[in-house]
Design a protein around this ligand. Structure first.
Ligand SMILES: [Zn+2]
Length: 269
């Protein structure tokens, strides 16, 4: 019998699926794999950071500033006074592992952040909102509470991975990856991390002034003045609802029997 080679049928290499559907599946697959890689990286970096001893963290980040931070003049009175206030407040934290640095972000939108290495950032917008030293002291005390509980380091993995992916996508030099305020602003802390930071903040305010009068007055105003929303949106996106906070701070002061009627200290500016 003679062997007759059969011709392959027409279009054997052509899939029955529409090319756009296949392209879609490919993109979705690559997307899913990238997402898994990103999540695994975030997890690994956060685990590594969790075990990073605090003195090493302080050393590594001693002179570090986020890449996109626009600071104000080092001679600015508000910067000098805010740094002095942080220095006074941290005197009440005996075994503090950092020498705290304050920087003022030249942004009109109120915000405050605790960043690696003991860096406290407050914005010009936040300083515009505070009306007494007692109000500012509590905002700063709250951020100090995040350092105390090392919350600030746990969300850092996310920021590092976002910076890395951004560098890859935009084809920038990965060696020059910088962590930005914009990346860090993405993070939010849990309710319990926030309330622990509030407890630490109020305790430190009480140690400094001998009372907690006006510690939460800023949040009373924010809770009642609906016109302020645009100015405080960043702070509110990373901190709990102002009204809830005022309630729980009042309750805390009552439980701890801290005075709520002491003398108010004016701001020097
Ligand atoms: Zn917080």
């Amino acid at each position: 019998m003679r062997f007759v080679a059969k011709q392959p049928r027409e279009g054997i290499n052509v899939s029955d699926t529409h090319p756009l559907v296949e392209a879609g599946a490919l993109i979705a697959g690559i997307g899913a794999i990238s997402l898994i890689i990103a999540l695994a990286l975030i997890f690994l970096i956060e685990v590594a950071l969790y075990f990073l001893p605090v003195d090493k963290e302080a050393q590594i980040f001693a002179d570090w500033l986020p890449e996109d931070l626009v600071t104000i003049s080092p001679n600015d009175e508000r910067l000098i006074e805010t740094q002095a206030l942080v220095d006074r407040l941290t005197e009440h934290w005996q075994d503090r592992p950092y020498s705290f640095r304050v920087e003022i972000d030249d942004s009109e939108i109120a915000n405050a952040m605790a960043l690696p290495g003991g860096l406290v950032i407050v914005t010009q917008g936040l300083l515009d909102q505070v009306e007494s030293e007692n109000e500012l002291a509590f905002v700063l005390g709250h951020e100090l509470g995040h350092f105390k509980n090392r919350d600030h380091i746990r969300a850092l993995g996310r920021a590092i991975v976002f910076s890395l992916f951004f560098a890859v996508i935009t084809d920038n030099d990965v060696g020059g990856v910088g962590i930005t305020v914009a990346d860090l602003a993405l993070r939010g802390f849990s309710r319990s991390q926030e309330s622990k930071a509030d407890e630490f903040g109020l305790a430190i305010v009480n140690s400094e002034y001998g009372h907690v009068n006006e510690a939460s007055r800023l949040f009373v105003r924010w809770d009642t003045d609906g016109d302020l929303v645009d100015e405080i949106v960043s702070y509110l996106s990373t901190h709990p609802n102002s009204g809830d906070r005022v309630e729980s701070l009042r309750e805390l002061a009552r439980l701890e029997a801290w005075r709520t009627d002491g003398e108010i200290t004016n701001l020097s500016w």
